[in-house]
Every structure is written in structure tokens, then in C-alpha cells.
Design a binder for this molecule. Structure first.
Ligand code: SAH
Length: 250
């Protein structure tokens, strides 16, 4: 009769191989995770906090979020080795995950409290949404490209974020059924500030948005809605974002 293991020796060999593999595989993935964590801390401590512009980040919860969210899980696998450079990276469909410093700066400008409800326009990879979800109670995020919406939803689910609600659609109109928002962040650049977004901001609410010509640099604007409903605007810096798109059937 033929058997799978013709003699004891081959059985011992297979069992030992199995034991070796089951011992080393978790060890290797643990080492890899530690390596990514080490790179992430270096990025935050040296490239962001250690630079002159890093001094503009006032909120320690933003720094803590940057140290804990695994940015490498939000970038395509072939770009993982560049995940902890202070650079934007392509995520497909001509879109990019923003530079970590810009994510930190925009989040910091929102001046978030932990019971805030936040709306993001332009989910992209989902990284910015994850940073927001580390700091606040509820995050709503809209993405216009269906595949990016689906991919980011999977990434955020795999990382077990329970306080992020994603949606596929044109964010120009905001998310009327979930208004008002304490903070709104727009991560693609429109030529003008969409009025529905201003309307959906609560009194005392803040919005950060890059505004300007899609092919040039834009102005990063900070808007604040006063308790009486009037809106103040402040220009923060020059930035370069991907264009804000519109659905043709709107
Ligand atoms: N916040 C993202 C950055 C993605 S780049 C991240 O952390 O990865 C900007 C994203 O905005 C792109 O994915 C683009 O498809 C999306 N976008 C552009 N116009 C939009 C619109 N009108 N509504 C919703 N998303 C939009």
C-alpha cells in the first residue's frame, strides 16, 4: 500500500518543518511590524517634530495619532518601503495619499475635541480618516472614485475602526442627513468653497480646505463659523492638492 509518508524519517522531517515554520512566521511578522513602528516614530520625531514647520503642530493628540496609525497599510504594497518618508504617494486612479506633515497640519488646524463629529471629503486611501478617528468620536468620509471608496473601506475594516462611516459619492454637497459637523476637512482642491459644506458646519465649527486653480498651487484656508453664523476665513499657506472632481450627473 502506498502511504503519504513512506517511512518515519520523512514524517519527522515534515513535522519538524511545520514546527519551524509555525515558530518563525509570527516572529518574522512581529519583527516587520516593529520595523515599521520604528520608522514611523523616526518620521514623526525627526522629519515632522524635528523640523521648523513641525513646531506649528500644537495638539499632542495629532502627534499620538501619527505615531500609531500604520501608514504602510494605506499605500499600495509595492510602495510600502516608502510609506514612512515625509512625502505624498500615488494610490492609483491618479490620486495620492497626502504628505504626513500636511495631514498633521490640517488635522491640527481643526482643533479637535474628542467628542467632535467630523466630515472628510476625499477618503482616498483612508489614512486621514484613520488619523481623525484616533482623535474624535465620529468620522464621516466621502470618496468620489468607487474603487478607492471600496478599497479604503476594506482597509479601515481590517484595522477595526468602528467610528468611521464611509460613502461613495460627490462630496460637494456634504452629508446632509448627518449635519451639523464640528469640523470639515477637504483633501482635494476645488476652485471655490462649496456652499453646502459651510452650511453643514455647526456654530463654532472649523473647516480646512485647499482652494484654487487645479493645475497651480492652492491656498490652504481655515474657516470658522461663529456662534452668530458668520464665517471668518484665514489663509494658512500654499499647498498642492489633486483637483476636486464633480460627478457628471450632478
Ligand atoms: N485624504 C486622502 C487623500 C486622498 S487624495 C488620504 O488620506 O489618502 C483626494 C481624494 O479626493 C481622491 O481620492 C479623490 O478621488 C477624492 N475626491 C476628489 N473630488 C471629490 C469629490 N467631489 N467628492 C469626494 N471625493 C473627491
Amino acid at each position: 500500500m502506498e502511504t503519504l509518508f513512506p517511512n518515519n524519517k520523512s514524517l519527522i522531517l515534515v513535522v519538524s518543518l511545520f514546527l519551524i515554520l509555525s515558530f518563525f512566521t509570527p516572529l518574522i511578522s512581529n519583527l516587520r511590524a516593529k520595523n515599521y513602528q520604528q520608522k514611523r516614530l523616526e518620521l514623526v520625531n525627526q522629519k515632522i517634530l524635528g523640523s521648523s514647520y513641525g513646531r506649528k503642530i500644537n495638539d499632542s493628540s495629532v502627534i499620538e495619532a501619527l505615531k500609531s496609525v500604520p501608514r504602510h497599510k494605506f499605500v499600495p504594497s509595492e510602495r510600502r518601503n516608502r510609506a514612512y518618508k515625509n512625502r505624498p504617494l500615488p494610490i492609483g486612479h491618479g490620486q495620492t495619499i497626502s504628505q504626513p506633515y500636511i495631514v498633521a497640519r490640517m488635522t491640527d488646524l481643526l482643533n479637535l475635541e474628542n467628542d467632535d463629529r467630523v466630515l472628510e471629503i476625499g477618503t482616498g486611501s483612508g489614512y486621514q480618516a484613520a488619523i481623525l478617528a484616533e482623535i474624535t468620536k465620529e468620522v464621516y468620509t466621502i470618496e468620489i472614485i468607487e474603487e478607492l471608496h471600496r478599497r479604503s473601506e476594506n482597509t479601515l475594516k481590517a484595522l477595526n475602526y468602528q467610528n468611521i462611516v464611509t460613502r461613495h459619492g460627490d462630496g460637494y454637497y456634504g452629508w446632509k442627513s448627518k449635519e451639523p459637523f464640528d469640523a470639515i476637512i477637504v483633501t482635494a482642491a476645488p476652485s471655490h468653497i462649496p456652499p453646502p459644506l459651510v452650511e453643514q458646519l455647526s456654530p463654532g465649527g472649523r473647516m480646512v480646505i485647499p482652494v484654487g486653480h487645479p493645475l497651480r498651487t492652492q491656498r490652504l484656508m481655515l474657516l470658522e463659523k461663529q456662534p452668530d453664523g458668520t464665517v471668518t476665513k484665514r489663509s494658512i499657506s500654499r499647498v498642492r492638492f489633486v483637483p476636486f472632481r464633480r460627478n457628471k450627473n450632478n
